[in-house]
Design a protein around this ligand. Structure first.
Ligand code: GAP
Length: 515
């Protein structure tokens, strides 16, 4: 646990020190759970967004994008169910005065039991080696069976209290499990209350004539209300999808864990409209496709897992999360939801306008069903960033900090370094920058000894360093150094563009999805 916390602290300080993420309004001591992306962070974020957009929109003939407004007609949120049901159950500890999400307290408790099971499995694996059979161990080991039973009972009760909105039952569950406040260590809990997460604001100049509106808590509704506009103007045939990326706002109760849970964040969502009855098959297809997208970045299969929802949201008939192993454990990174015809039907009802699709093949009209894929851009940023941050022991006994970002996502693809600030080397380096910058984000750096410059670029995550030295003057060659292997090669200046392209080109990364 302490190791996890250490790693998380390193992530936070590295993100600040190397210009990735700053606390918002830091000079005023910051605003809780609101962050700013700095000069490198904004590039990484853009590259993740572009990588998603390429895979989800531009690589699919039947998926198009939109950019809807953050402010929407207030009835949207009545229809979607957010005004009445977008709540989190909260509970306060009377001694520490800290506020928690009741469901998160129970889920964290359950996860700790799960971690104990995992530990037993790891130990047994070591002991039995090749002969180890995990399924058999899980179904026969008394400790694992007892713990699994406990997990199942907690899950069943958690689902029940959530589905029945049994707030007293929720509190009893926390008390019965003996859950203590992480700050005060006490079990002195208040009642559980529901808290609506939407930020409200006023539209209009005067208090009398103003209308209550909301900052959107998800981007999805901007897609639903535009469903027919896009379908008609784009002559889209079912099945088809509409995607968008953009800001969403939630007044989160528990707003810790850096950019993992923010009050202002960005989503990348795609709603895929299908014929009723085919939703199950499309749901499975999108689960598979989305996992492949993650795998294409090479972050490691062991860092991902699916979690099927025990409690379905009011709009869903199936839902799963793709969870990622963040520095604080496995947590939701992306949701894949089979949303039925709930949203479109609700908007039909509240707007009085038909939102139906006429199927020329069957000569029938229907409200399509929807499969949604929804990923938080900031969470993806944290997943990539935290996984890439590594400390390596080098052969000479020293250590180096290196940010091994997938090259396709790295903010800067190459740093061009004149060995010295004289003898015409800066001029050649500048010429290389001027040529490469048409295709790649590159930087020029002449400050400090070249070894220090390499370390700085390693820590920022730049895949290539290109050094111009006195031999360059003779033969037009430079040294290209690879961030991950630290291997150095002598190459012709005119070959640089191709070498960089091979490693950072979106095509070669996304093609891994097809493998
Ligand atoms: N349209 C469906 C929807 O919004 P969600 O599970 O509430 O579903 C989707 O959110 C994704 O948005 C999550 O998987 C997560 O990555 C991201 N997300 C949600 N709340 C967030 C927050 N407070 N801060 C950062 N990301 C968040």
């Amino acid at each position: 646990m302490a190791k996890q916390e250490d790693q998380f602290k390193k992530v936070l300080s590295h993100a600040k020190e190397y210009g990735y993420v700053f606390q918002s309004s830091e000079i005023y001591d910051g605003l809780s759970a609101v962050y700013d992306y700095a000069q490198n962070g904004v590039e990484l974020k853009k590259n993740i967004r572009d990588y998603w957009w390429k895979a989800m929109v531009q690589m699919h003939e039947n998926i198009v994008g939109i950019d809807a407004s953050i402010l929407m007609h207030p009835t949207t949120w009545k229809a979607s169910g957010h005004v009445d049901a977008f709540n989190d159950p909260l509970i306060d500890n009377k001694d520490s005065k800290k506020r928690y999400r009741a469901d998160v307290l129970v889920e964290d408790y359950r996860e700790k039991i799960n971690e104990k099971i995992q530990k037993d499995i790891t130990k047994a694996k070591k002991r039995f080696g090749e002969a180890f059979n995990e399924d058999e161990f899980r179904s026969t080991n008394p400790n694992v069976l007892r713990r699994q039973k406990q997990i199942d009972e907690i899950t069943a009760e958690l689902t029940r209290v959530q589905e029945e909105n049994d707030l007293e039952g929720f509190r009893n569950l926390i008390i019965d499990l003996g859950i203590t406040c992480p700050v005060s260590g006490s079990k002195n809990w208040t009642e559980v209350k529901q808290f609506n997460l939407m930020f409200g604001t006023q539209l209009g100049a005067s208090a009398d004539s103003s209308t209550q509106v909301y900052l959107r808590p998800e981007t999805a509704q901007g897609i639903f209300v535009n469903f027919l506009n896009v379908q008609k103007t784009g002559r889209m045939k079912i099945p088809f999808g509409i995607a968008q990326t953009g800001k969403a706002f939630r007044n989160e109760i528990v707003a810790r864990q850096f950019i993992f849970r923010q009050r202002e964040f960005e989503q990348m969502e795609m709603q895929f409209f299908v014929k009723p009855g085919t939703q199950k098959e499309w749901y499975e297809k999108w689960k598979e496709t989305r996992l492949k997208w993650h795998m294409s970045l090479g972050i490691g299969k062991e860092n991902y897992r699916f979690h099927d929802h025990d409690k379905l949201a009011h709009y869903a008939d199936a839902a799963a999360d793709i969870e990622f192993k963040f520095p604080f454990g496995f947590k939701e990174l992306e949701g894949i939801h089979s949303r039925t015809d709930f949203d479109l039907s609700q908007h039909e009802k509240f707007s009085g306008k038909k939102l139906q699709y006429f199927d020329h093949e069957d000569n029938t009209s229907y409200v399509p069903y929807v499969i949604e894929t929804s990923i938080g851009l900031d969470r993806m940023f944290l997943a990539v960033f935290s996984n890439s941050l590594q400390e390596e022991e080098l052969e000479n006994g020293s250590t180096r900090t290196v940010l091994k970002l997938p090259a396709v996502l790295a903010p800067t693809k190459a740093a061009i370094l004149p060995l010295v600030k004289k003898d015409g080397l800066p001029e050649i380096a500048r010429k290389i920058v001027d040529d490469l910058k048409w295709d790649f984000n590159v930087v020029y750096d002449e400050k400090d000894a070249v070894g220090r410059r390499y370390r700085r670029q390693d820590a920022v995550g730049t895949p290539f360093c290109i050094t111009v030295d006195h031999d360059t003057l003779e033969d037009n060659t430079v040294t290209i150094r690879h961030r991950d292997t630290m291997e150095q090669k002598r190459v012709k200046i005119k070959e640089l563009s191709n070498i960089i392209k091979q490693e950072v080109d979106v095509r070669s990364w996304l093609q891994k999805m097809e493998a």
